[in-house]
Ligand binder design. Sequence first.
Ligand code: KG4
Ligand code: ZN
Length: 409
Amino acid sequence: MRSTGLILGVESSCDETAAAVVRTGDEALSNVVASQMALHANYGGVVPELASREHLRNIVPVVREAVAQAGVSLSDLDAIAVTEGPGLAGALLVGITYAKALSFGLGKPLIAVNHLEGHIHAVLLEARQKAEAPMEFPLLALVVSGGHTHLYLAEQAANEMWNYRNVGRTVDDAAGEAYDKVAKLLGLGYPGGPWIDALAPHGNPRAVPFAFGQIKTRAAKAAHAEQNSAGGMHRLPPIAMKPQRIGHPKFEQSFDFSFSGIKTAVRRYVETHHMRAGIEYRHAALAADASIRPGSPDAVKLCNPQTLDLIASCQHAVVGNLLRQTFAAAESFGARGVIVSGGVAANRELRRRFQAEADRRGLPIAFPSLALSTDNAAMIAAAAWPKFVAQNFAPEDLGATPQLRLGAQ
Ligand code: KG4
Ligand code: ZN
């Protein structure tokens, strides 16, 4: 049969059941997402068992809807692509089992896609849809979401397949996780990112000086420990968040991130500034009125100036850390362009400051639209296209890989 270039993508790695039909990796004909966010909001985080159950409930109608909206039939497809990891084991298995059955039933090849590669291709898909000039290689991609904060150096090989090198990662919490935890600490809704994003412009980002030392790089931490264990003779000054110099024997440059310190710092600030009563009041008010949304004036009214300053300062520190490490890595590896993707890429301060820094350096930068920032299946179908061209198909016994990594480490 003649190739149509149509790939059905299926994504179920976390709390979104998604399906999409994409033509030749550059034209999304449909992109359907059934979000479970409201369900998990009751628990302040994703509950794995509930996620699997909801995926089971949603997978068939979501795929049907994606195929119908695309105006194609299943027999028109060239291949089925599915997220194999990373993600929640039970959640991934729902999508994988369904995709395998569909591929077997239709006699079409199955393509396994890494969720993180999907996030990168969300940006490339949209750039191609807008017929923008392709970015030059190598590209530096920051994938920043609730589960991940990774820096990848990406290049395209001769056979169209992409090669990745993981040049930076979080050593503890992901940036989105920090947003979610800080929001929870402050009595705000779930997920926390959109709340902090919407409230931060109402506060002073310089009110609470989160010392950069609270977010240490892995190399700096190790060097610090080494110095201290050597008799404590030469105690290092507070560790700067700016990356260490290349080539220095003790300070190998690190592009890693750490976000658990900011959560602890916010908790301590809340305690020492007696903010508990206000937090409990806000939490109760939001629980009682689900119509209060992150950007609404009522949400701002629930926060006093001290809270708004804390939110603004916290976001300023997190975005500052992401920005410094990303551009330091881009410079160090000679990247010709920067891509930012994942749920946190929806953040307005992040987009503004990254765009300004890229402009200052004369470096092209691209973000996905808000719809393609968070989890979706169009990005999975788009990432599958080069694999289809290279005939890189999944084995019949494809399983879920919850800890799947992307690229050489
Ligand atoms: O990519 P995603 O939908 O799922 C994961 O793979 O994790 O990302 C969800 C994460 C959550 O932590 C959420 O708080 C964060 O993205 N997020 C944001 C914003 N919108 C979503 N963080 C900061 N600012 C936003 N506007
Ligand atoms: Zn994701």
